[in-house]
Design a protein around this ligand. Structure first.
Ligand SMILES: [Zn+2]
Length: 396
């Protein structure tokens, strides 16, 4: 059996070779050897294995004035897939991406709303398997799963169907064991921010604040494509900023938090308290669009509270880009008009003028897409591509 140090060195060499070929498609084995400063024999052994496992492809030899050029190498993004799963109290979203993060398939599964985050690893994997079968993708192609869950990460729990109360790390371990591939977990907000910073509205931004209007109102500050996580991953609890004039009680025990009127749960609950029978945020928005004055008022109050929160962020951080995402944005002007009014009222004018405010509802499944990206961006991801294909999956 190979020693750990040999495997580590080999893994590092695999990464260097794959990075070289991705950056310069068409390199020959000899050129890879020079480029990576590795012995030709080492490159040859690894490249043969990468070609055999279809991660690299050979492109035909070409004639040149010096004679036949050696066979070139290109990276094959279709050789494996990664999956992103977004967990919520009322829905699960699945996304399948290739190794270039191109989305190949998506699925949303709604279920009855649960007070706790209740999931079983095997149910999630069975659902993912159904999507793969539907898209004629083999299980053995899965080389990593990203999991987006309601944050913050340090206090998140999943209640499994058997009644176990697992923190996210334990649930991640259980899922990784069942699917026999690496699993990465982070909060829904951080996963959405990752997608925004890599493929979405913040992809060209060096500093951006991403605000997600979801289960709760949360934010992530991105600097040079890195997220500020804070102590124990608790940064970004924008929803617990108090708004002047608000008295509603928040689940944190205090009164007047943004979450108390603008989290998806609060919006649904406030509409119900006013006598409108709604099950989810889509029903709230539909009712408001049909002219339900009570739902319109709830959405308006949510917009005002979020606007105050955004103005506070602009005053403190002066971010050049603020990207607001999340399911609540679908309410349109019923939410956004009071939101803008609150920003104008509370933000310092000079900071507001230099802030590019973007409401991004263009990316569906953004949390699950971010979860896929989190897998692809793992430092050791490329190194494990050959050694750990998920070939031993046994999904019931
Ligand atoms: Zn609170």
């Amino acid at each position: 059996m190979a020693s750990p140090s040999f495997l580590e060195m080999r893994s590092r060499n695999v990464v260097r070779i794959l990075q070289a070929v991705r950056q310069q498609p068409g390199l020959s084995r000899a050129e890879v050897s020079r480029c990576c400063d590795l012995a030709k024999s080492t490159v040859s052994v690894i490249v043969d294995e990468l070609v055999e496992s279809t991660i690299l492809q050979e492109i035909g030899s070409r004639e040149s004035f010096r004679g036949r050029r050696p066979v070139g190498l290109i990276f094959n993004p279709s050789s494996r897939i990664v999956a992103g799963i977004s967990l919520d109290h009322s829905r699960t979203e699945f996304v399948i991406c290739d190794l270039d993060a191109t989305v190949l398939a998506v699925r949303t599964k709604k279920h009855a709303r649960r007070s706790s985050l209740q999931y079983s690893a095997s149910t999630l994997l069975s659902e993912l398997q159904r999507l793969l079968i539907e898209k004629k993708i083999d299980w053995t192609s899965v080389c990593g799963i990203g999991l987006a869950a309601p944050g913050p990460l340090s206090s998140g729990y999943v209640v499994t169907e058997s009644g176990e109360n697992l923190d996210y790390e334990l649930f991640r371990t259980k899922l990784a064991r069942e699917c026999n591939c690496p699993v990465v977990v982070d909060s829904n907000t951080n996963m959405a921010a990752l997608a925004e910073s890599r493929t979405g509205a913040a992809r060209d931004s060096e500093e951006a604040l991403v605000i997600r209007l979801g289960h709760e109102v949360r934010s992530t500050l991105i600097i040079d494509h890195k997220q500020l996580k804070g102590a124990q991953g608790r940064a970004g609890e924008l929803g617990h900023v108090s708004v002047p004039g608000l008295d509603e009680r928040c689940r944190c025990g205090r009164r007047g938090c943004i979450n108390a009127v603008a989290s998806v749960d609060a919006v649904i609950s406030l509409c119900r308290q006013q006598g409108t029978a709604v099950q989810d945020i889509e029903e709230v928005i539909s009712a408001a669009l049909r002219g339900d004055k009570k739902c319109q008022k709830v959405l308006s109050e949510a917009g005002r509270a979020v606007g105050f929160g955004i103005a506070s962020c602009i005053n403190v951080l002066a971010p050049p880009d603020v990207i607001v995402t999340g399911r609540l944005i679908a309410a349109g002007n019923m939410l956004l008009t009071p939101l803008h009014e609150a920003i104008e009222k509370y933000a310092v004018a000079e900071s507001l003028r230099s802030c590019n405010l973007i409401f991004d509802d263009s990316q569906n499944h953004i949390e699950a897409i971010g979860a896929s990206l989190a897998v692809l961006l793992q430092d050791d991801f490329l190194g494990h591509l050959v050694s750990s294909p998920a070939s031993n999956l046994s999904i019931s």
